[in-house]
Design a protein around this ligand. Structure first.
Ligand SMILES: Nc1ncnc2c1ncn2[C@@H]1O[C@H](COP(=O)(O)OP(=O)(O)O)[C@@H](O)[C@H]1O
Ligand SMILES: [Mg+2]
Length: 290
């Protein structure tokens, strides 16, 4: 994309109330380094601040997430990756002390608008968690539940088809088709995580949020999830939080680097890893902290 396609992030970001703070002698940037805007945004955050009580966890985060891209959120523990991810489908609403300022737009609609149906929103912007969390129900019911409550199936045949296609897209139909009535919780960790991805897919989401989906998995199960992401990217916009830079490099088109609640730098994954601009990004990528 041409540089002219992007506006300066500075022009849209609100004036900071606090000045840059030094970390190990380095300065956090006033505004994000790199192109935060894209031509075809699916989700856009604008000046997002998130607080837990008095504590600010995100500071003035402005970034676009493009249609059908995989974007990785990376950065040291506690920098706000999960907080931003959860703000993209209002999962933070479930935390009493949590408050958000600014805007999060899904297809140009403010998802925090009073008129927005949160249950519907979370179907459009699905989520997969760090620890696989199948319902204590059968494999079939895990996938069928969402389509049922959202009225996506007219009859039993429809529902069967949705379950089969979701498990197929999640790459576990062949493994599970003969034991759909067994509990989802009885599967291996990697299978449970793919079941949770099938559950998210079953309600036709536009965006899938994944918060460190492989951190509890062994390398083989991790590789399977990464293969799955590579397949899903043709149909969905995917936001993945990962503490593994190798994983970010393998699966994502763009990478966003966070530090102490700020989006320090964002760019094409290859460029950001080969040629990080900000000193903090450089330090993190070269393993000086994290
Ligand atoms: N439920 C919560 N209540 C209070 N503080 C929280 C909560 N969740 C996260 N935080 C704080 O917000 C900051 C960002 O956390 P988080 O988004 O979980 O970071 P990351 O995912 O990058 O490790 C941290 O300082 C963390 O302690
Ligand atoms: Mg986290």
């Amino acid at each position: 994309m041409e540089d002219a396609d992007y506006m300066s992030a500075a022009s849209l970001q609100k004036k900071e109330t606090s000045t840059s703070s030094g970390i190990e002698g380095r300065l956090l940037p006033e505004t994000t380094v790199g192109n935060v805007f894209v031509q075809n945004p699916r989700i856009s955050t604008r000046g997002v601040n998130v607080f837990y009580g008095d504590k600010q966890a995100l500071v003035n985060v402005t970034v676009d997430i493009a249609e059908k891209e995989v974007i990785a959120f990376i950065g040291p523990s506690g920098c706000g990756k999960s907080t931003l991810l959860r703000s993209l489908n209002r999962m933070n609403d479930t935390i009493d002390s949590c408050r958000l300022e600014g805007q999060v737009l899904l297809d140009e609609q403010d998802i925090y608008d009073k008129s927005v149906d949160v249950v519907g929103l979370r179907a459009r912007v699905g989520m997969v968690f760090q620890k696989a969390n199948p319902f204590p129900k059968s494999i079939f019911e895990n996938v069928a539940y969402g389509p049922k409550i959202h009225g996506l199936a007219e009859n039993k045949t429809d529902l069967n088809n949705i379950v089969e296609s979701s498990l197929t897209r999640a790459g576990i139909w062949d493994e599970l088709k003969d034991r759909l009535d067994q509990p989802g919780t009885g599967l291996s960790g990697g299978q449970q995580q793919r079941l949770c991805i099938a559950r998210a897919i079953a309600v036709n989401p536009e965006v899938i949020l994944m918060d460190e989906p492989c951190s509890a998995l062994d390398p083989i199960a991790t590789a399977k999830i990464e293969e799955l992401i590579a397949e899903l990217r043709s149909e969905y916009t995917i936001v993945i939080v990962t503490h593994s830079m190798q994983q970010a490099a393998r699966v994502s088109d763009r990478t966003a680097y966070f530090h102490l609640g700020k989006l320090v730098e964002v760019g094409k994954t290859k460029e950001l890893f080969i040629n990080p601009v900000h000193e903090l990004t450089q330090d993190y990528i070269t393993g000086r902290f994290g």
